[in-house]
Design a binder for this molecule. Structure first.
Ligand code: ARG
Length: 725
């Protein structure tokens, strides 16, 4: 489920109590859960799942990462001895879009490599977790939980950098090492990853199968989306990571998942391993109000306006649809989620529940005379959220508005020039740096203009400026923006029209020229640059102390809160918030009651695809061949005992954004599906787990193989898999 598409700036969390199946467990804790998992139906040991001495399940679980930043975005799983792996269609989406052209539109038509030579290079990296080490002592040492914040941050940062260098060189530079804070900085774990860089697309269904149901069905059940795509990892001759080369060979994994065609029934054990990105369980009460009333609504508003602009052009022109496909899907995905959270948080009365829990904690603090250490945190929290209520929108509109306007976002990548011109004319040395920067920018241009359709961008620009002007207190807005809006007498379209004529940030050729001989004066006169820089500069100068203070206080409060909680419930096995590290969640296959009198069955079938099928519709069309196969019930070995084909199914697992593409594994360690979404009734699950309501939505592996084999005629790929019948 759930691709990560958004950077959530303020994360708060902790755990009050553990309920059934809640928990995205770090692998270092699963030994303690072994008995409980086995009681639920697991036939393996904790060592079979995670061991640093022998091959185990974790060796087949992949972390999909951005090629340039190594930022994690999805999960995948290896399913053959030749490095073949599965992930979601919506995870491969960006790569599939990039490999498509109007003439060869594989996003629309699907693609299957007939042999390895036909596989196509994809632009992302894949990490495999080698091991985890507790480095808390190295990082925290004798620093106390309530030591002065600034001293603490400086000391921790210094130790973090040192510890990382030490570990990287100890491992002879073989691994990427991430040192990650757990329990809000009360514990630190080092993650060692082998990072593979030659990844190739093997196959994908056409979009009207892989994204069947589109945005309408997104985040909902019952679901019939065949959300998968397949790739392969290549390595050098020694099975080690290497940049792309024709002489590279398929990766031989330490482990790959066998695939079960036996299906499941309600109550069967199911576990998911993958990379959940962020959760904010147990956000402070006033934080819940801030997200529900300020942060989410402002993001929803600006995203919706941009989506409306996109849709107008995308629905009218298939080439524009292709150009903006990935950007649209990402914006829309979290538009819908944030919108759901606004209602969800209120419906679940989370504010009141948190207030109650905080009251209990206050009583515990008093009874145990811990006021001196812990009372501070409530004051900090109240202060932080009062400030966020006032200033938070500046950041929400930056991440969801300003950065989603392509010209503004391109202009922002040129602000790096500023520091070189700080003291007037640059010297020789600095000139060299400026040229380097310009060369870098020149290289980035094709990516920056990958999605750029001027009529869309003009309207988006106008909308973003309009919302900044209307919704942000003018004392917080840079004077340049207020001035420009008023100069055009609030005629935003006219403003955009004129500015687009004058700016070089809407024109790739003009920017190419600029990069050849960067001229600071010209940059400073560019009207789009003026706006982008003004906003950015305000945020990084005047507003910086405010946001630094907010973040420091929030981090401190969170850390104290978590520490108090762990003291309050000593001996409990704690399940830390998601932080883009590998986690395991276990549970069972289960239906749920969505609302009064409405009970949803635990799986969907091909019948539902045929029912939803709407020829010509943007979201519910499907290939005729698929409908024919389904109507004939030509399901072969993929049918259940009654001759039906299962499409998607539900489990009680606890997942979030980043888990997209994760393996759903039965008690024997075999693959039964690929996780791809969460359900609408539990849309606020990042803030609270609701055992009766929350379900993971997964694609049934039998539907995946049916598409591959019966629909696409790519059954030859089955030869490299291990199928359990
Ligand atoms: N909601 C799912 C997720 O967050 C799927 C997103 C992609 N699908 C879409 N229609 N935009 O991973």
């Amino acid at each position: 489920m759930k691709k990560i598409t958004v950077l959530i700036l303020f994360i708060v969390s902790t755990i009050f109590s553990l309920k059934a199946d809640e928990g995205m467990w770090p692998l270092t804790l699963i030994k303690q859960l072994e008995n409980e998992m086995q009681a639920k139906g697991l036939k393996l040991t904790a060592e079979d799942i995670y061991s640093i001495n022998k091959s185990c399940l974790k060796d087949a679980v992949l972390r999909l990462m951005n090629k340039t930043t190594n930022r994690m975005f999805c999960t995948g799983e290896i399913i053959s001895n030749e490095g073949l792996f599965l992930t979601n269609h919506h995870c491969g989406y960006g790569s599939i879009q990039e490999l498509s052209t109007p003439q060869d539109n594989i996003l629309k038509n699907g693609f299957w490599a007939k042999n390895k030579a036909e596989e196509r290079l994809a632009k992302f990296n894949v990490g495999i977790l080698v091991k985890v080490e507790d480095v808390t002592d190295l990082v925290i040492g004798t620093i106390k939980v309530n030591d002065d914040e600034f001293t603490r941050i400086a000391a921790i940062n210094e130790r973090l950098t040192k510890a990382k260098e030490q570990l990287v060189s100890r491992e002879e530079n073989k691994y990427m090492v991430d040192i990650i804070a757990f329990y809000n900085g009360n514990k630190y774990l080092a993650m060692f990853y082998e990072v593979f860089k030659d990844i190739r697309l093997v196959g994908t269904p056409p979009e009207n199968i892989g994204k069947f149901g589109g945005e309408t069905d997104n985040w909902t059940w019952p679901r019939h989306t065949c959300d998968f795509s397949m790739f392969r990892i290549y390595t050098d001759k020694n099975n080690k990571p290497a940049d792309f080369s024709n002489s590279n060979v398929p990766y031989t994994p330490k482990h790959f998942f066998p695939i079960s065609l036996k299906g499941y029934k309600p109550g069967d054990f199911a576990m998911i391993m993958g990379y959940p990105g962020r959760t904010s369980r147990y956000t402070y009460s006033e934080g819940i109000n801030y997200y529900a009333n300020i942060d989410r609504p402002s993001r929803v508003k600006v995203r919706r306006a941009i989506l409306d602009v996109y849709e107008e052009s995308m629905f009218a022109d298939p080439n524009i649809k292709l150009m903006y496909a990935d950007k649209y899907a990402g914006l829309s995905n979290y538009w819908k989620k944030f919108k759901g959270e606004v209602d969800g948080l209120k419906k679940l009365k989370l504010y009141d529940r948190r207030k109650e829990a905080e009251k209990n904690m206050k009583e515990w603090i008093k009874a145990n005379q811990k006021e001196e250490i812990y009372n501070e945190m409530f004051v900090l929290y109240d202060d932080v959220f009062a400030k966020l209520n006032k200033y938070g929108i500046y950041q929400s509109y930056y991440s969801d508005g300003v950065l989603n306007s392509q010209p503004l976002s391109i202009a922002l990548s040129y602000t790096a020039f500023e520091k070189h011109y700080k003291n007037g004319k640059p010297d020789e040395e600095t000139k060299k740096k400026i040229d380097e920067l310009a060369a870098q920018n020149a290289k980035a241009l094709p990516d920056l203009f990958h999605e750029f359709y001027t009529p869309i961008e003009k309207k988006v620009f106008a909308k973003v400026i309009q919302y900044l002007y209307e919704d942000i207190n003018h004392s917080l807005l840079p004077a340049e923006i207020v001035k420009i809006v008023e100069k055009y007498d609030k005629d935003y379209n006219k403003m955009a029209e004129t500015i687009f004529k004058k700016s070089m940030f809407v024109n790739r050729e003009k920017l190419e020229k600029f990069n050849l001989s960067p001229d600071y004066k010209k940059l400073k006169k560019d009207p789009i640059y003026i706006i982008a820089y003004a906003y950015y500069n305000k945020m990084n100068s005047e507003m910086k102390p405010i946001f630094d203070e907010i973040n420091n206080k929030l981090n401190r409060a969170n850390r104290l809160f978590q520490s108090a909680l762990m003291e309050m419930n000593a001996g409990k096995v704690y399940n830390p918030d998601a932080n883009a590290t590998m986690r395991l969640t276990y549970g069972t296959v289960e239906q749920y009651q969505a609302r009064d009198a409405v009970v949803y069955k635990e799986y969907t079938s091909a019948n539902g695809v045929v029912e939803k099928y709407t020829p010509g519709d943007i979201e519910f069309d499907a290939p005729q061949k698929l409908i024919d196969l389904m109507q004939k019930k030509d399901f072969g070995q993929y049918a259940d005992a009654q001759g039906n084909l299962h499409t998607c199914f539900l489990t009680t697992n606890d997942i979030t954004g980043g888990n997209s593409g994760s393996p759903v594994i039965n008690g024997n360690g075999e693959l039964i599906g690929t996780a791809f979404d969460g359900n609408w009734e539990a849309i606020s699950s990042d803030f609270a787990f609701e055992p009766d309501l929350q379900r993971t939505i997964s694609l049934d592996i039998r539907y995946t193989l049916f598409i591959l084999d019966k629909y696409a005629g790519a059954g030859y790929l089955l030869n490299e898999m291990k199928i359990i019948k």
